[in-house]
Design a binder for this molecule. Structure first.
Ligand code: ADP
Length: 158
């Protein structure tokens, strides 16, 4: 059976931490689907189209990935894509409580889909999309946190 994993998130913007995780995951699964969602609790900085395009560009050269957006329940999206695995990243203990709750509720909604957690390389563990946006808005250097194409795109938005 082909192992298909969904890596869902806002990716607003995609960071070097997300990319590190996706590269690792692409070696473990047949296909990794990056599922870009509009998180209802957060207002988006980049449009869905900008995010899809910038994620595709940032991941050029990794062949077994697909970038899609969705606005349904995550487990329904996973089922529709024949994915058996939801992949989430854990940076620090602070991520754990929310991720634990989310995985528990998703398991309740569809017990056939497993959530797996991965950690990024140490140098990426402090990166978050929200801090990238904040640093950008204050004129700081974000080049260490996001790929080149994303840095260029973000600079056009301020
Ligand atoms: P969400 O809004 O769903 O939290 P994000 O785009 O912020 O979406 O994150 C998607 C996933 O990637 C989450 O599981 C998050 O914990 C993880 N993640 C975010 N930043 C990093 C990072 N620097 N390293 C590893 N995982 C990360």
């Amino acid at each position: 059976m082909k192992k298909i994993a969904i890596y869902p998130g806002s990716f607003d913007p995609i960071t070097n931490g997300h990319i590190d995780l996706i590269k690792r995951a692409s070696k473990l699964f047949n296909t990794v689907i990056i599922g870009i969602t509009q998180n209802s609790k957060k207002s988006a900085f980049l449009s869905i189209n900008d995010r899809i395009e910038s994620v595709n560009t940032a991941l050029l050269g990794i062949d077994n990935i697909k970038v899609l957006s969705f606005n349904t329940l995550l487990v329904d999206f996973a089922k529709a894509q024949n994915a058996q695995i939801i992949l989430r990243g854990l940076r620090a203990v602070s991520d754990f409580e929310y991720e634990f709750q989310l995985s528990g509720m998703n398991k309740h909604l569809n017990p056939n889909i497993e959530t797996l957690f991965m950690t990024p390389a140490e140098q990426y563990a402090n990166i978050s999309s929200s801090l990238v946006r904040e640093i950008l808005s204050l004129g700081g250097d974000i080049s260490a946190f996001v790929p080149n194409n994303v840095e260029k795109l973000l600079k056009t938005k301020i």
